[in-house]
Write a protein that binds this ligand. Sequence first.
Ligand code: BTN
Length: 246
Amino acid sequence: MKKNLKIGSVITFLDSVDSTNNYTANLIKEKKIVNGQVIMADVQGEGRGQRGTKWLSEGGKNLLVSFYIELDNLSVKNQSRLLKFSAVSIFDALTSMDLPAKIKWPNDILIDGKKICGVLIENQFIGQKIKNSIIGIGLNVNQENFEIEQVTSIKLELKSEQERIATLGNLLNAFNKNLDLLHTNPDCLDQSYLLNLYKFEEEAQFYSNLLGSFTGVIKGVDSDGKIIILHENNFHHFDLKEVKFC
Ligand code: BTN
């Protein structure tokens, strides 16, 4: 992380865009972006989620944002720090609003088992170092009806309409507070991540191509960001494509 970084000192508001992550990547290519810049859109035509999924969001209701961060010295082998940093920061922002959040590996945020927020982190590399990162966040704020089950929003949970810009402010406060830790005390972020991790140290059902459906216990997340699951006395490390919760 570069010195004096403040996320959100420049914020670009867009009515409509294909994807805020794509828009941010184009600004990087054109060298028209500053470190810490935030891109926010009301509507995304081609919002992207993890595992190649689409991110659907009702126009003008939610937060669709990308944070652009330049990094000095984060090696590829420590890239999980970024996912922990973002998950813990979103967790902190939501708990500051009295929402009983949990982090679901890698960086979904749940309220009572329902997804309220997803994150898509896209990094650019120079050799073995991460040069910069686009942290794309989809946070359900005022949407009340969803096409899929097990999804919620802040309005549904708190039973009141939310000011989206105030919610963005909460997110930015939490991210900026944790920036120092990313640099100076990443272990503290690790601890906070594990402490608030959904199903950590509990038996849970998973599916992997290797093992089929299986029962295991989450033991942690390694420095590559892979989840570590104990199954029949073996520690298995899975990446996002290799395992899912049942
Ligand atoms: C997930 O699958 O859980 C990740 C969803 C990430 C969605 C956000 S919305 C803003 C940013 N732009 C995108 O196209 N995706 C991310």
